[in-house]
Ligand binder design. Structure first.
Ligand SMILES: Nc1ncnc2c1ncn2[C@@H]1O[C@H](COP(=O)(O)OP(=O)(O)OP(=O)(O)O)[C@@H](O)[C@H]1O
Ligand SMILES: [Mg+2]
Length: 275
């Protein structure tokens, strides 16, 4: 088996021979995220107020907006961490209202602002565990002996091949974030939801992360929450601006920057770096 378990023969035939695909196409058709009327209410406070959002495969969509706009809550709602109403359609499947682990199994992967890797395990062990989450016990035993192709590929994509045996807790901040992204890749996440992935990174790490997002975003649906406008300008293919739980503006970076409503929101409350 040289292809990921959920890669159809049609999609696999489009791939370079002998190259496993970590994540990617479930079918030959482009995948999409279609959110309609998403609403999240906390004790009478409406944090997400009727959001519509469309992201297609290959798009590197950035979600920006002032602190408290509801950006993280949107990702929490998509991934089942907070109750929400409306509709979240991932390539024909309604995922809203399903359990967290079901949503993950449907190819939805997220990162948190604070990297959540197993600090006491090696880089490789972290990836192995992530890869195992979709495998049956017998398969897990059989593949334990050799590094699984998807794990090898993820190691290469995130640039941690030479650190495979390093204990994850000793990695630099940026490397931990890359490992977390690698864990999503081996889980075959087709929809990536990344919450401020470059927060706290050095300039070098930011640039490397940008290139990583470009590579992995090419065949996935990618939504990235980010405050750093230089980074957004450099890497976004499109931007959605959220304010007070509502979509304020959407389009290319140039389009949203030229939007007077966006300027007003940012002049009123300059976005902070991180939290
Ligand atoms: N579990 C919760 N209970 C009550 N209120 C919450 C909860 N989670 C978030 N909120 C509130 O919902 C609003 C949106 O929060 P959210 O974390 O989504 O904002 P954000 O856009 O991600 O902001 P930041 O840029 O600071 O990360 C905020 O007013 C926040 O205080
Ligand atoms: Mg947030």
């Amino acid at each position: 088996m040289t292809t990921a378990p959920n890669t159809s023969p049609a999609a696999a035939s489009l791939l370079p021979k002998g190259r496993p695909l970590a994540g990617g196409q479930r079918t030959g058709r482009p995948q999409y995220l279609e959110i309609r009327g998403l609403r999240v209410v906390f004790d009478g406070f409406t944090a997400v107020d009727g959001v519509n959002l469309d992201v297609t495969q290959g798009d590197l969509r950035f979600l920006i907006g002032p602190n408290g706009a509801g950006k993280t809550t949107i990702i929490d709602a998509i991934t089942g961490l907070v109750p929400a109403t409306g509709s979240v359609n991932h390539t024909g499947t309604e995922i809203l209202g399903r359990k967290v682990h079901r949503i993950a199994k449907l190819g939805v992967g997220r990162t948190f602002q604070t990297a959540s890797v197993f600090e006491n395990l090696s880089v490789l062990q972290n990836l192995d565990i992530a890869a195992g989450s979709r495998r049956r016990p017998l398969e897990l035993l059989r593949r334990r002996r050799n590094t699984e192709p998807a794990v090898e590929e993820a190691l290469e994509i995130i640039g941690l091949e030479r650190l495979a045996s390093r204990q994850a807790g000793t990695l630099a901040h940026g490397q931990k974030q890359w490992l977390e992204i690698g864990m999503l890749l081996v889980q075959n996440s087709e929809l990536l939801l990344l919450d401020e992935p470059i927060a706290g990174m050095s300039q070098d790490e930011r640039a490397q992360t940008g290139e990583l997002l470009r590579r992995i975003g090419a065949n996935r649906i990618t939504l990235v929450i980010e405050h750093d406008m230089d980074f957004v300008r450099e890497y976004a293919t499109s931007v959605t601006v959220l304010a007070a739980g509502k979509v304020l503006s959407e389009g290319s970076v140039a389009q949203v920057q030229a939007d007077p409503r966006v300027q007003e929101v940012y002049l009123g409350a300059a976005p902070a770096e991180g939290h």
